[in-house]
Every structure is written in C-alpha cells, then in structure tokens.
Design a protein around this ligand. Structure first.
Ligand code: OAD
Length: 252
C-alpha cells in the first residue's frame, strides 16, 4: 500500500497511466457526496433515531413496519433535496469527456452524479428518487419532500410503493451487475473513491480490476480494506483530490 497526500506526490508511472489509459472504470461511495452535505453510512451522523442503515434497509424491516422504513427514507430525501453536486462530482463528469471509454459505478442513491452531468452511470444500489410498486413492479419518479401520504401508494393500482433501492439481503439487478463487472474486468485504470469497501459486491470490483491487469487508485480520507489492493491511495477529501487529478491529467 502506497499512500500520498497530494496528486503531485504520485509516482511518474502512475501519472503516466492516468493520462494514457483508454478504458476507465470508477467506483464511488458515500464519501464522494460527503462534501455536498450527505451523511455517510458508517459515520455517526449517518444514524437516524438510533437506527443503523442495516436495520432499516432490509425487506424484513419493510414487511414488519413499512411506515418506519418510509419515515427514514422521507428523512433522507428531505435532507438530500436541497443538496448540490460538489467539485468531486463535477470533476468526474468532466473526466468522462477525457477518456474513450468511461464508466462510473456508484453505490450512492442520491442522484448527485447524474445532476453533475455524468452519463455512462451505473447506479448499483438504485436511486432514492425512484419508487417501485410492490404489486406490479412499475418504477416511477417521485421527488416530493416530505412525502404527502405515508406510506406512499401506487396511483395506478393502489399497491404499496417501496423505494427503488437494493436492500441488504436482496440481489442486485442482473443487467446492472453485468455492466459493473464487465467494466471492472475490461478497464486499464480503476478508481475507487469514498467507499469503506465493506459492502459486496461493490467491494470486490477493485480486486477484479486488479486481477485483470488494471492499475487501481483509491481516494479516501483514510486507508480501507481496498488500500491493500490499490497501487496508490490518495488520502484526502474527494472534492479536493479529484479536481487536482483532473488538472494533472490535462497538463502535458
Ligand atoms: P460508508 O459510509 O461505509 O463509507 C464512506 C467512506 O467514505 C469511508 O471510507 C470514509 O472514510 C470515506 N469518506 C468520507 N468522507 C470523504 C471525503 N470527503 N472524501 C473521500 N472519502 C471520504 O459508505 P459506502 O462505502 O458508500 O448500501 O457504503 C456502501 C453501502 O453501504 C451503501 O451504498 C449503502 C450502505 O449500507 C445500501 O444502501 C444498499
């Protein structure tokens, strides 16, 4: 594990690789949105009424008490509604123009990458602004905050709606998973940014990229289990490190 505080400290071969790579894959987690004001999951401020995400983001919790789960999502949606992408989100959307083949895989459900202009985006865990009918499976956008009816019901059939989010114990959408794995397998450079690297299958993507010959670069405030796999870890806030990286890429 090699850690650095500044982009300028990266080894010459790493900078060269960043500039010359053709196929880039990026995995982001809650840390990338922290500077927009979104609480991370495993930080203290991620708690709600003393519940941890793992206790509420499950099909069992929803079956037991849909109101409680929806109240948590209503709190999170209301908190997210006024927030804007930060310099890290924008740097990533600009990087997309720099490379021939660029895939941004995010575990975040906040929609901020899309708002920043990222296009080839894989939302692994869904999107908090989408709801799905538990009766018919229809997916619809709903941006009301706070929610008008609790729990929300489908306008078409009256069925109970749920967040269009992958919960603990649920499988990820197969097409989405295939896109994420394919991109990790085929890339020559893999960035992993602002994730604690403890939730699968996202956490394994860096190892898959590495096994297939990619250079892995991590950006985080602190070392994580992924740091052992990474060729370099840049320690710092992503809203500062990513614009620095973009700057370095654009230099001759
Ligand atoms: P975590 O909250 O587990 O981890 C956030 C990571 O971001 C930590 O490693 C922090 O050190 C780092 N971090 C915090 N602020 C940062 C900053 N400004 N710049 C860079 N890094 C920073 O969030 P995730 O790893 O995204 O799943 O969590 C993964 C999944 O677990 C989430 O998608 C969610 C959760 O339960 C579902 O909801 C299905």
């Amino acid at each position: 594990m090699t850690t650095h505080k500044n982009v300028s400290d990266l080894a010459v071969n790493v900078l060269q690789k960043i500039k010359s790579s053709k196929h880039i894959s990026v995995l982001t987690g809650a840390g990338v949105s922290a500077e927009s004001g979104v609480p991370t999951f495993r930080g203290e401020e991620g708690l709600w009424n003393n519940y941890r995400a793992e206790e509420l983001a499950t099909p069992q919790a929803f079956e037991r008490d849909p109101n409680l789960v929806w109240r948590w999502y209503d709190w999170r949606r209301t908190l997210l509604a006024p927030l804007k992408p930060n310099a890290g989100h924008y740097a990533l959307s600009q990087m997309e123009n720099f490379y021939d083949n660029f895939t941004l895989i995010t575990q975040n459900v906040d929609g901020l990458h899309r708002m920043a202009g990222s296009k080839n985006l894989v939302e692994l865990h869904g999107n908090i602004w989408l709801m799905r009918c538990t009766a018919e499976g229809t997916v619809m956008e709903n941006k009301n905050t706070p929610l008008v009816a609790m729990p929300p019901k489908c306008n078409e059939c009256g069925g109970l709606l749920r967040p269009h989010i992958v919960w603990f114990g649920e499988s990820l959408d197969e097409d989405i998973l295939t896109r994420a794995f394919r991109s990790a397998e085929q890339c020559d450079l893999f960035f992993v940014i602002g994730t604690s690297g403890v939730v699968q299958p996202a956490a394994s993507l860096a190892s898959i990229a590495k096994q297939n010959g990619a250079m892995v670069i991590e950006i985080n405030l602190e070392p994580t289990p992924i740091s052992d796999v990474a060729d370099a870890t840049l320690l710092g806030p992503s809203a500062k490190v990513l614009p620095g990286l973009l700057n370095a890429m654009q230099k001759d």
